[in-house]
Ligand binder design. Structure first.
Ligand SMILES: [Fe+2]
Length: 187
């Protein structure tokens, strides 16, 4: 089980002071705020939520490929014995991959779908932070489409990812009676 400090140390070991690590910290902090808002309704493992959110993009130390970075993070954290956080790296890709998609991107040929509330909060909050700034789902997906115009596999599945993120966000908002985008933006 990774503590908060272990996760910070791991990210800094592989990411140093690279700009992308600021995204990781921003996602972790915003995920923790959304977790706090949900804690009355759900049993949330706050330490796992924070570590999973902080490390979800650790594979960017190898590549910024929109799918490859999750595969690299999965491999790294699996090799280090952090299976839960490794699953977050893989399953945050496109809000989940089926077995065929997983094997196509170089993961073991099984489903990598975020199932627990913590696992689902990571890709949701990730989709609400552009670099290290809060944004909206609409704007973030528009920007992903722009940046990945040549990647047919990724683009094909973005619509499904957006629908999953939107559905999950609306479900949370109905439970807490507040805007998730607002919580992420710290408003
Ligand atoms: Fe990512």
């Amino acid at each position: 089980m990774l503590t908060r400090d272990d996760a910070v140390e791991l990210l800094s070991r592989y990411g140093g002071d690279a700009g992308w690590t600021r995204h990781c910290h921003a996602v972790a902090e915003a995920a923790a705020r959304v977790g706090d808002a949900l804690v009355q309704k759900h049993a949330i493992d706050c330490a796992f939520l924070w570590s999973g959110a902080l490390l979800h993009d650790i594979g960017r130390h190898v590549t910024h490929d929109p799918l490859g970075h999750g595969v690299e993070g999965y491999k790294l954290l699996s090799a280090l014995g952090h299976a839960r956080e490794a699953h977050v790296c893989a399953s945050h890709l496109l809000f989940g991959l089926d077995a065929a998609e997983a094997s196509q991107v170089g993961l073991p040929a099984r489903e990598f779908v975020p199932r627990t509330i913590e696992e689902r909060l990571v890709p949701l909050v990730d989709y609400l932070i552009e670099y290290d700034r809060p944004t909206t789902l609409e704007k973030r997906f528009a920007s992903l489409r722009n940046r990945n115009g040549g990647n047919a596999f990724f683009l094909d599945r973005l619509e499904r990812a957006q629908a999953c993120a939107k559905r999950f966000m609306m479900q949370i908002e109905a439970e807490i009676g507040a805007s998730v985008e607002g919580i992420v933006a710290d408003q």
